[in-house]
Design a protein around this ligand. Structure first.
Ligand code: FFO
Ligand code: ATP
Length: 207
């Protein structure tokens, strides 16, 4: 992979621009996008193979996967949400999320399941991690909110993926079409995604 070095300033500018773009989508555009996402993911997710899926609750204009979450529950697929680690800064935990989960807002105002040790799943037991993202490019590079949370979570997967293309958990980015950019600057710690799904397209970077 080529790793051109751009200034951090330009990364800030791209993040701000694309965040603004997704936040400008209307309620109706968001609803249509969520329904289209459900249709895409029903095709993509093999119910027999995917038992444990990490997903997110949308924030800041992100593509909303709630309809897909409901569908997972109907299929008996377990869903998990990212929870900021209480002690290890920059790390995520994944906690079981079901209809009756008790929720609490994190420091960013995003709802997450209340921390309970019994609800934690080890990342390596997840089949798929659907990641939120701010921007992506045609090579599967991902820019997030800037905390490095998903890059840290996925670094072990990426090492294994070098020798096993079926390594788990498979990271699949979810985004609106308007979040695609020409080319993202890639940093050493950035982890590219296996797939990215938008309401109108599925990009597969493993083939
Ligand atoms: N829906 C969702 N959940 C997620 C993420 C995400 O990107 N989307 N994360 C993915 O990593 C983690 C949270 N990371 C985040 C990092 C920064 C901000 C944020 O809003 N930053 C503010 C500044 C906030 C402050 O410092 O007070 C900003 O940039 O405006 C939000 C989430 C875990 N959960
Ligand atoms: N595997 C890692 N180990 C240590 N630090 C890391 C790792 N991955 C990322 N970081 C740090 O996290 C910071 C933020 O990284 P970056 O801007 O790429 O986050 P992001 O991908 O936009 O956010 P996120 O993954 O939370 O959505 C960087 O300063 C980087 O040093």
């Amino acid at each position: 992979m080529n790793k051109p070095s751009f200034s951090t300033n330009s990364a800030h500018a791209v993040r701000a621009k694309i965040r603004q773009r997704r936040k400008a989508l209307s309620f109706q555009e968001q609803s249509i996008a969520s329904e289209a996402l459900l249709i895409q993911l029903r095709e993509l997710v093999d119910v027999g193979q995917a038992n444990n899926i990490a997903i997110y609750l949308s924030n800041d204009g992100e593509l909303n996967p709630e309809l897909f979450i409901q569908w997972c529950w109907q299929q008996g697929i377990n869903t998990y949400l990212p929870v900021l680690h209480p002690f290890s800064k920059g790390q995520l935990l994944f906690l079981r999320y079901h209809q009756h989960s008790q929720m609490k807002a994190n420091i960013y105002g995003i709802l997450e399941p209340k921390l309970s040790v019994l609800d934690i799943i080890s990342t390596s037991d997840l089949d798929i991690i659907f990641t939120p993202l701010v921007a992506f490019d045609a090579e599967g590079n991902r820019m997030g909110m800037g905390g490095g949370f998903y890059d840290r979570t996925l670094s072990k997967w990426y090492q294994q993926f070098q020798s096993d293309i079926n390594a788990k958990p498979r990271p699949i980015g979810l985004a609106h079409d308007c979040q695609k950019v020409e080319r993202l600057a890639v940093q050493d710690w950035d982890i590219p995604l296996a797939k990215i799904v938008t309401p109108t397209a599925i990009y597969d970077f493993t083939v």
